[in-house]
Design a protein. Sequence first.
Lengths: 337, 337
Amino acid sequence: MKKLINDPLKVADELLEGLVEAYDGQCLKVGSRSIVKKEIAENKVALLVGGGSGHEPIYHGLVGTNFADGAACGDIFAAPSPDIVLEATQAVNRGRGVLYLYGNYAGDVMNFDIGAELAEEEGINVRTVLICDDVCSAPPTEKNARRGIAGLVPIVKMVGAASQHAQSLEQLEAAARKVVLHTRSVGVSMSPGSIPATGKPTFEIDEKLIGLGMGIHGEQGVCEIPMTTADELTPQMLDLIFRDFEEDTDVDNLVKGDEALLFVNSLGATTMMECLICLRKAKQCLVEHGISVYGTIVGPLVTCQEMSGISFSITKLDDELKGYWDPPCQSVCYTKL
Amino acid sequence: MKKLINDPLKVADELLEGLVEAYDGQCLKVGSRSIVKKEIAENKVALLVGGGSGHEPIYHGLVGTNFADGAACGDIFAAPSPDIVLEATQAVNRGRGVLYLYGNYAGDVMNFDIGAELAEEEGINVRTVLICDDVCSAPPTEKNARRGIAGLVPIVKMVGAASQHAQSLEQLEAAARKVVLHTRSVGVSMSPGSIPATGKPTFEIDEKLIGLGMGIHGEQGVCEIPMTTADELTPQMLDLIFRDFEEDTDVDNLVKGDEALLFVNSLGATTMMECLICLRKAKQCLVEHGISVYGTIVGPLVTCQEMSGISFSITKLDDELKGYWDPPCQSVCYTKL
């Protein structure tokens, strides 16, 4: 794979420089590898996101209007160091505390937790909510062990909106837990991306198979199935989400008359054409279940280089969550009027 | 390449169905393969775009608020038929005429021209402005023969804004000609996309070469150069744009103190990471030339399936063009607050 980069070891730093330019003055680089909104209201409860680079436009593309206040960015497929987390925390803090919201991966959890300890030593209150939307990575009874995948986009969008009016860190934490609880995703992988520094694939999969529920780096899913059509695969994937809402006693079932957000994500090389064809079938499946789609997101927003694959994320809505979805938002990753 | 599709011959129809869903009620499918805004103001001078499918999210993703009123969509890499153009024209017309704005490809020109004749027979006034921003496809003296490439995104955005207040079809045509004249692009190709119906590559290029100025389907460009770094390639590409502004006597040169839009497009599999690294270098080059970036677009918006490659588009601005850039716009392809 030909990659338009310079020094492979400087990729994460250079893409962040580009990202700051893409923000047209809305955001600044802070410390060694964080990006932070230029203007954060005094007394605002702050929202910090972050994770490894290489998945652009997330996470560092999710900073902006009615979005996160900052992002701590790691190296390619690696968690941001505790120092980076601390620098970002200091930069977004306005004295009302900082909510950490990021995907549930061991390296991220370790480094954000150390960052939180360092911040607490400086008197900054920190709470953490992990994104764990991938229903294929653990059963409902162990849902806190699940990985975070593409559901992070609607989650950060909604928690970003909630953070504009949160009266306390505890209130924002509660809102974030509710948004995460109501967002579930299923992904498939068809071919791997490559590691920019080595050109090596991030995982291996047979040319004729699809990894159902496979994680975005190739982590184990439900099973491998033969390559099939958009219309056969889409209901199979959505059924895993429907069944998960059914089986999880912590959340109301997705039932007839419900409203939901639908996000169809491309992992990279899967084209917008394919996403739209799958979106069409997904909408049909939801309508058959009596669920109406309140809002849609589609595109390559949570990627793993030129990996091919797709995921569906569903957020079950109520009036509170609709209130977090409705406001316009602006960032490099995703903008909504 | 594994593709998540159904019947390869129904791809263009099915992706359009998905696109209508992605618009969340803003747009409707009209006739056999057009997409049109649900609400178009009475007496509005209409703007119609279009072209072959397979390049998602353009062109049919460019319909929306302060964007085009409709798009006529062809089959994969094929122009929309005259019938489709006519159906779209009828649907967007509000009695003040319709401007056709699309990329300069022979098949599109032929079919849109026939569509225009059919529309004129029904008493609908039509004018046409061709997008021909690819500086590598013909010298400045023959610039009307140039291909249309990624510059279409800022062009349609600006002409869409202009169309909201245009007093006549002639006024909108003049605005569009000005926007096109001030927008120039250069692209490179590194590896081909594939044709969904056959799985065959759209062109061939050596594993170690880059096609400088190569078109998005593999059309001839300036030359083939060895694969190189982002920081070496970016100035080479931008220099072709700077030189073009210099040599073209129909347009003022891009000089110190100017403001410009910068769009870094991925042709598909080229990652957002690479786009951001190139954007960073492009911004440095522009600053060295004393040109300030007034607005930025970045991402895989004009694609050719899983093709890898990148393009830069520059729009030289004045107060009139800034007025077309500033308004918010919303579509599936591109949204700006």
